[in-house]
Design a protein around this ligand. Structure first.
Ligand code: C2E
Ligand code: MG
Ligand code: MG
Ligand code: MG
Length: 280
């Protein structure tokens, strides 16, 4: 529908904006229903302890099985959930589901769950976590919560106190996407972390870029100095793995070892217990 006059072009532009807003609103409504209904699911990605080739645990990653759009990745709806406050409900669903599913794994391996900043400052968050652990029967030592640096920008004091209460329950805390934020070093000093997850962007060209190598070595020695283990995210090939191992990084997560995949409860068709999966 080609239009020639300027007026009509402005009209078209406005209509486009309208469309965007309408579509966004619709997606928000659909997401609310998806959380309350059964359209969300968790996929799990393996975390390897490389030197002895054992599974260290699994990270739970949420997907939205949308009725018409198919399986949507989190980058399509997590930001939307965060902007609209739906993240609190979504996050609670993720935590509950991950704890229940992990409680049924015969391996007894730990599960990592991503937290959005808003969850941590939800009133009674610690009690909520405690309740979910109790009802699912998952030992707190098997739960790892992943937080990002943005969590600490808003209210440091509050965040520290919540993390400390979670740790007192036996839960461990990882800092996710390390190296992508703004206050990494100050934050490492102030917060009680049990693990640092190094962002994929710092791993990507590690096998052929001397600057990436340098940054990586520096972070490893930082981990060493703080006695906090480093996990490398997004490892895709042998060359990267070789470099990591050579420098003493033992924990690895990435497509090289496996993509996130669904864990289905017994009774469903595609039963593959992730911890029983052969790692090669
Ligand atoms: P993340 O927590 O850093 O999770 C790792 C992401 O990197 C996952 O993407 C994973 O599939 C991807 N990945 C892992 N290894 C590789 C690799 O070798 N190559 C490549 N190209 N990608 C790799 P995913 O599942 O799309 O999740 C994206 C982000 O969405 C997560 O990043 C996390 O920040 C967020 N997210 C996912 N699930 C949840 C959730 O339940 N709650 C919250 N708040 N955020 C979530
Ligand atoms: Mg994560
Ligand atoms: Mg990450
Ligand atoms: Mg992340």
């Amino acid at each position: 529908r080609a239009k020639s006059s300027d007026d009509q072009q402005i009209c078209l532009y406005d209509k486009g904006m309208d469309d965007t807003i309408r579509k966004r609103r619709q997606l928000v409504d659909e997401l609310r229903l998806a959380i309350q209904g059964d359209q969300l699911e968790l996929h799990y990605q393996v975390q390897m302890n490389v030197p002895n080739e054992t599974v260290a645990g699994y990270e739970a990653l949420v997907r939205w099985n949308h009725p018409t759009k198919g399986m949507l990745p989190p980058n399509v709806f997590i930001p939307l959930a965060e902007q609209t406050g739906l993240i609190v409900m979504l996050g609670e669903w993720v935590l509950r589901t991950a704890c229940h599913e992990a409680a049924s794994w015969s391996s007894g391996l730990p599960v990592s769950v991503n937290l959005s900043p808003a969850q941590l400052t939800t009133p009674n968050f610690v009690e909520q976590v405690q309740d979910i652990l109790l009802e699912s029967g998952l030992a707190p030592q098997r739960l790892e919560l992943e937080v990002t640096e943005t969590t600490f920008i808003a209210d440091q004091k509050k965040a520290i106190s919540v993390l400390e209460r979670l740790k007192a329950l036996g839960i461990s805390i990882s800092v996710d996407d390390f190296g992508t934020g703004y206050s990494s070093l100050a934050m490492l000093r102030a917060f009680p972390f049990d693990k640092i997850k190094l962002d994929k962007s710092l791993i990507d060209d590690i096998d052929n870029n001397y600057k990436s190598k340098g940054v990586f070595r520096a972070v490893l020695s930082l981990g060493d100095a703080l006695s906090v283990p480093i996990l490398a995210e997004g490892v895709e090939n042998k060359e990267q793995l070789a470099f990591l191992l050579e420098h003493g990084c033992q924990l690895v997560q990435g497509y090289y070892y496996g993509k996130p995949e669904p864990f289905s409860a017994p009774g469903k068709v595609t039963f593959v217990e992730p911890d029983k999966k052969k790692i090669s």
